[in-house]
Design a protein around this ligand. Structure first.
Ligand code: CMP
Length: 371
């Protein structure tokens, strides 16, 4: 018999929140493991806390093994075992669970084997949105990045050949071979500047100065490409997240696809903990809110309290009337809200008159109630 939709939605939600709890526990285990690893490498500290450090490391490792087995079992049950095992996340989970035990079993010294615990950090990399976005940017911008890398390699080889020619007689140890001149070129181009190898001929110094400037230019380009790509990926990611939230708010349900996209561009999604004062009575109004998920309490001027739930909006009165805020508004539970700043509020009013009418009517109704 097919599962009732409500039940299947509830079990999906339970699975999502279990997955989130597991991810949080995994981050905590990584932190515990890193504290253990760091202490293990400091002899005096390890000497006095030997038992604790061992306990921390073993606890972290036990967690990663348990987590991997749980995921293996869960994916086996749903018939997605192979996909999980071969996925980036599956591989990271396997490495986190197996690297240290494998090294210990192969006879590596415990201090060396536990060092492989740094691989646990991959778990954060695999889960983090930042790393995911960076990976996408690297893939999307690969040809531009490769072009800059080719420029880097060209300047690198030309500079090391020039310095090899100019300095090999006077500094044979540092510039006698092309590879040793390359070391100088890499250090200079990356503007690391160890100063362990420096040209001493006047012409050599001129080339060095040009290489340093070229190094800055190449890295500036690289950083610019990555930063621009990262920013546009971040915008895309935020847009999709906000779009998903907007499409769940009944207030926007009547909008077509292009109007939804337009409204999404005007809104900002925020997650707010419970008991957060969002609006203070008497303050100037700079935005209004839509409750995508959650609940807020409005403290009315007459002392009454009103709860507004998912789908409702608030903070519109001050924007319409250009008056101070009429009431305190506080979240009563963790809430996801869509924020419409005052400039975007004016745009929304102008571009979507049907929505403007609903908000205006509700603001008037509320103002009447409060008098
Ligand atoms: P604003 O005055 O900008 O800030 C406080 C908000 O509380 C107000 O906008 C309304 O959105 C909301 N509010 C005020 N009075 C009522 C009411 N009677 N019922 C529901 N919400 C209200």
């Amino acid at each position: 018999m097919a599962k009732p939709p409500l039940l299947s939605r509830m079990s999906r939600l339970a699975a999502v929140s279990a997955d989130r709890a597991m991810t949080r526990a995994s981050y905590f285990a990584v932190l515990v493991g890193l504290i253990g690893l760091t202490t293990l490498s400091i002899d005096p500290a390890y000497g006095i806390s030997h038992g604790w450090v061992q306990a921390l490391l073993r606890a972290a490792l036990a967690f990663f093994i348990w987590e991997w087995l749980v995921r293996l079992l869960a994916t086996w049950r749903t018939g997605t075992l192979l996909r999980y095992v071969l996925s980036g996340r599956g591989l990271v989970d396997a490495v986190a669970a197996l690297a240290v035990p494998t090294a210990l079993t192969a006879g590596a010294k415990p201090e060396t084997a536990w060092l492989l615990g740094v691989l646990w950090l991959l778990k954060i990399g695999a889960e983090s949105t930042g790393f995911r976005l960076l990976r996408r940017v690297m893939v999307q911008e690969r040809s531009t990045l490769l072009n800059v890398a080719a420029m880097f390699a060209t300047v690198l080889f030309m500079a090391s050949a020039a310095l090899h020619g100019l300095e090999r007689e006077v500094q044979p140890a540092a510039f006698g071979t092309l590879p040793s001149a390359l070391w100088w070129a890499v250090v200079t181009m990356t503007t690391t500047g160890y100063g362990d190898v420096v040209p001493i001929t006047p012409l050599g110094r001129v080339v060095a100065a040009m290489v340093m400037v070229a190094g800055l230019a190449v890295f500036g380009l690289w950083i610019g490409i990555l930063a621009t790509g990262f920013a546009s990926e971040m915008r895309r990611h935020n847009f999709l997240q906000t779009w998903e939230t907007v499409s769940k708010v009944p207030f926007f349900a009547s909008l077509g696809a292009s109007a939804t996209a337009d409204v999404t561009n005007m809104l900002r999604r925020i997650d707010v903990p419970r008991r957060t004062l969002l609006i203070r009575k008497g303050a100037a109004g700079d935005c209004m809110y839509f409750i995508a998920d959650g609940e807020v309490e409005v403290e009315l001027p007459n002392g009454k309290r009103i709860q507004l739930e998912t789908g409702a909006f608030f903070g519109e009165m001050a924007l319409f009337d250009n008056k101070p805020r009429s009431a305190n508004v506080t979240t009563t539970r963790t809430s996801t809200l869509l924020v419409l700043d005052v400039v975007e509020f004016r745009m929304l009013m102008a571009r979507h008159p049907a929505l403007a009418e609903i908000i205006d009517a509700e603001a008037k109704r509320r103002a009447q109630l409060n008098t």
